[in-house]
Ligand binder design. Sequence first.
Ligand code: APR
Length: 312
Amino acid sequence: MKRKKIAVVGGAGQIGGIVAMIAAQRELGDVVLVDIPQKTNLTKAKALDITHMLPTENSDVELSGSGDFSVLAGSDVIVVTAGVPRKPGMSRLDLMDINIKIIRDVAAHIKECAPNSFVILTTNPLDAMVYAFHKLSGLTKHKVVGMAGALDSARFKSFLAAEAGVSTEDVACLVMGGHGPTMVPLTRTATAGGVPIEAILSKDRIKAVVEKTRDAGTELVRLYETGSAYFSTAAACIEMVESFLKDKKRVIPSAAMCEGEYGVHGLFLGVPVVIGAGGVERVLEFPLTAEEQLMFNKTIAAVQEAVAESGV
Ligand code: APR
C-alpha cells in the first residue's frame, strides 16, 4: 500500500517540527518538511533527527526536508505553520502585517504545486489567515481549514478535568468562535463521562476555567518569552490530520467556511465540523441560547474586522 504524504510548510519552526515528529511516530505517512530556502538545512536536520527516532518507535516512514516548494506536489495533507509567532505583550492581531505576506507566498506555492491537498493552517491571526489563504489559493472550502478550536477545546478540557478531579479522557467540551479573546467556550455542553459539568462544578469555578481557557495562549507567550505554544498546537493539528487520512469523521471544532450557519456568512470561524476523507465534510449546527448567540455575534464582528484589516 502506498503511504500517505504529509507536508509541513514552516517545517523548520517549532510547531512544524513537532507535527512532523508526531506524524512519524504514529506512522501516519511520509513527511516532507518545507521552509524558506535559508532554512533548508534546518528542515533537513529535523527530518534526519526524527528519522533516527523511528527505530525506537517501531515506525517505518520516510522524512525529508527542503527549501524548494515543488516537493509539495502529491501531498495528501499540508499543515501550514509558516508565520511569525507572538512575543510577550503582542496580541494575535499584531501579527497581521507580517503574516499576511507569508500566507500570500504560501498560498501561491500550494495553488501551483498541490491544489488538491487538504490544507490545515495554524498561522495567526488564525481566522483571517485562513480566509485569506482560501481566497488566494482557490482551493475549495472543503479543503481549507484552520486549527484553533481543537487546541482551545483541549485547553478547556484540561482545565475542566483538573478542576473537577476527573480524567481528561472523560471530558467532552466545545470551544467555538474566533481564536482570540472573543472565543466562546460552551459550558452548557461540557460533560464528564456523560454527566453535565454544570452538575459537578459551581458557576464560579466554571467561570474561572473559562477565563483560564481564553488566556491560555497568552499565558504561554508570557512564559516562553520568545514565542508561543507549540507542543499542544502540533498535537491538535495531528488530530485533524489523522481524522482526514483515516476518514475517521471525527467532530472537531475548526475554523471552517460558514455560509449561513450560526448566522455567519462567508467567513471562516470556529464551529464543530466533521473531518473525513473529503476534508471538512460538514458543519454541524445546533441552536445556541440567546446568551451564547450574543457572545458568538461578538466573535463574528471581531473576525470580520480582522479579515477587513488583512486587505485580502
Ligand atoms: N514560507 C515557508 N515558511 C516560512 C515562510 C514562508 N514564506 N515565512 C516564514 N516561514 C517559516 C519560518 O522560517 C519558520 O521556520 O515559518 C516557521 C515558523 O516557525 P516558528 O517561528 O518557530 O513559529 P511557530 O511557533 O511554529 O508558529 C508558527 O503558528 O500558532 C501560530 O502564531 C503562530 O503564526 C505562528 C505560527
